[in-house]
Ligand binder design. Structure first.
Ligand SMILES: Cc1cc2nc3c(=O)[nH]c(=O)nc-3n(C[C@H](O)[C@H](O)[C@H](O)COP(=O)(O)O)c2cc1C
Length: 190
C-alpha cells in the first residue's frame, strides 16, 4: 500500500477531469489517497461550480477529509506521510511558487514538506500562460530533482496560443513512472 496526496489548485475548469482521476486512483486498493486543496480551490465558488459541492464530491470519493491549511499539511515532512504528491490541476500561480521555493499555501507547503523527504511530485499543468509567463517555471521544474509532469498539450492553439493543459487521463501512468523516478514519455503530446 502506498500513500499518495492529490492536490487541486484553482484551475476550476479542470476540476471535473481531475476528480475523475481521483476516482480512478481511489478504486486502486494499493493506493491510499489523501485529498488536498489550495485555499483558493477550497473556498471560491465559480461558474464551474460551488466550492462546497466539489469538496463534498471529493470527500465522498476518497472517504477522507480534504486538507486545506498549512497546519494540516505540515506533518508531511516529519511524518513522511506521502510516497508521492500529485498536484493536478496546477495553476500558473502555483507553478511560479514551486519554481521559486515559495511555500505560502496548503499545496506549496505540502510540496516543500514532501520534497524534504526526497520523494516525487507529479504536476498536471493547466494554465493559459504555459507558453508565456509560466514557461520559464515549467522549464525550471522539469530541471528540478523529484519533479515530474503528467503529459501535456496545447488545448486551443488558435484561440489561446499560450495555453497548455495536462492530459489528466495519463495521471496513473505518470504516477507509476514518477514513483520509479522516471518521467513518463512523451511528455509533450499533440
Ligand atoms: C473561474 C476561474 C478559473 C481559473 N482558471 C485558471 C486556470 O485554468 N489556470 C490557472 O493557472 N489559473 C486559473 N485561475 C486563476 C487562479 O485561480 C488564481 O491564480 C489563484 O490565485 C490560484 O491559486 P492557487 O494556485 O493557490 O490555487 C482561475 C480563476 C478563476 C476565478
Amino acid at each position: 500500500m502506498i500513500t499518495v496526496g492529490f492536490a487541486l489548485c484553482g484551475s476550476y475548469c479542470t476540476f471535473k477531469e481531475a476528480i475523475e482521476q481521483i476516482e480512478v486512483l481511489s478504486k486502486d486498493d494499493s493506493i491510499k489517497l489523501i485529498p488536498i486543496m489550495s485555499e483558493n480551490a477550497y473556498s471560491i465558488d465559480t461558474r464551474f461550480g460551488e466550492a462546497e459541492s466539489h469538496i463534498k464530491h471529493i470527500e465522498h470519493i476518497t472517504k477522507t477529509k480534504i486538507l486545506h491549511t498549512l497546519t494540516e499539511v505540515e506533518p508531511f515532512g516529519p511524518k513522511k506521510t506521502l510516497d508521492a504528491l500529485i498536484i493536478a490541476p496546477c495553476t500558473g500561480n502555483t507553478l511560479a511558487k514551486l519554481a521559486l521555493g515559495i511555500a505560502d499555501t496548503s499545496v506549496t507547503f505540502a510540496a516543500k514538506a514532501h520534497l524534504r523527504n526526497d520523494r516525487p511530485i507529479l504536476i498536471g499543468i493547466s494554465t493559459n500562460d504555459a507558453l508565456a509567463a509560466a514557461s520559464k517555471n515549467i522549464g525550471s521544474l522539469h530541471n528540478t530533482k523529484n519533479i515530474f509532469f503528467i503529459p501535456y498539450r496545447q488545448d486551443s492553439p488558435l484561440n489561446k496560443p499560450n495555453s497548455m493543459i495536462a492530459d489528466f487521463t495519463k495521471t496513473k501512468a505518470a504516477l507509476s513512472s514518477a514513483l520509479k523516478r522516471e518521467q513518463v514519455q512523451p511528455v509533450v503530446i499533440c
